[in-house]
Write a protein that binds this ligand. Structure first.
Ligand SMILES: [Zn+2]
Length: 61
């Protein structure tokens, strides 16, 4: 996945995949860590490559 520089710059960066996963748990959305090819750190994305997200409504507190 090619990351846009603008996307990279506005996203939070995580040094490791584990750190990104831990951060993802704090969000009420399913987020997946991916390695950025711009900064070589990890970012979180809600997009799943090739998979369709079932539209399950998330209860918002
Ligand atoms: Zn990046």
């Amino acid at each position: 996945m090619r990351t846009k520089l603008s996307t990279c710059r506005r996203k939070a960066r995580y040094a490791t995949e584990g750190e990104a996963e831990a951060a993802a748990l704090r969000f009420a959305l399913p987020l997946y860590p991916y390695r950025c090819d711009r900064c070589f750190a990890f970012h979180l994305t809600s997009r799943t490559k090739g998979k369709r997200n079932p539209s399950i409504p998330h209860p918002i507190p």
